[in-house]
Each structure stands twice: as C-alpha cells, then as structure tokens.
Design a protein around this ligand. Structure first.
Ligand SMILES: [Ca+2]
Length: 119
C-alpha cells in the first residue's frame, strides 16, 4: 500500500492498493478502518460487502438529527468544556470551521448557521 496525497477540494484519491494476484481469488478483509481528514480528525466510515463508505455528515449537526439547532450548540459547548467525550462523528461535525479543533469559533459558526437559516 502506498500513501497518496488524499483529497483536494472535494475529490481525490484516498489510497492506492497494489497487489500481485497469484491465483484466482484475492480477498481483502477490512475489519477496522480509520479514516481521518487532513487535520487528523476521525471521519465516520463503514465497511460492508466489500464497499467502504466514508460518510460526511452535516457539519454543525453534532446531535445527528439532520438539523442544526440549539441542541448542537449545547453539545458543542459540552465538548469544549470537557463535560462529554465526543465520538468520532461528534468531533467531526462539531469542527465546523475545519481547523481540527473544537472550540468557541465553531460555536460562533454554528450560531451563524442558525441565524442564516432562520432569516
Ligand atoms: Ca474547529
């Protein structure tokens, strides 16, 4: 396996697997996957039936209810204050400004998302 440059913009090559097949069948079994963004923050990923799916949930939707609302602000504040240990999904969705850190700048950005939605 060789390391690639990863995604640039929205598209790109994640990884390149090269192997020499000596026989009829090559089975690759991915049982534990770790996918991270350019800052090393884990991203939600699943593997089933040979298909690896990297899920990009809605940024700001920390509570994972497909809405960005006050509950996402509360959850993000709890992460910042250390009151909750975020899951990979929560950390990914809470880092709205994509700087690899969940902090008050993300809360401000989520508030701005809410204001724009409610205009
Ligand atoms: Ca951030």
């Amino acid at each position: 396996m060789t390391k690639t440059m990863g995604l640039t913009g929205e598209d790109g090559e994640l990884l390149n697997l090269t192997c020499n097949l000596h026989g009829d069948v090559l089975q690759l079994n991915f049982s534990e996957l770790l996918v991270s963004d350019a800052f090393g923050a884990g991203m939600p990923v699943s593997a089933a039936n040979g298909l690896i799916t990297v899920v990009a949930p809605l940024k700001g939707d920390v509570s994972a209810d497909n809405l960005v609302n006050i509950m996402d602000i509360v959850r993000t504040l709890n992460i910042i204050l250390g009151k909750t240990q975020p899951t990979i999904d929560e950390r990914y969705t809470a880092d709205v400004n994509l700087d690899g850190v969940v902090d008050m700048l993300d809360v401000v950005k989520i508030v701005n998302m809410l204001i724009k939605v409610n205009d």
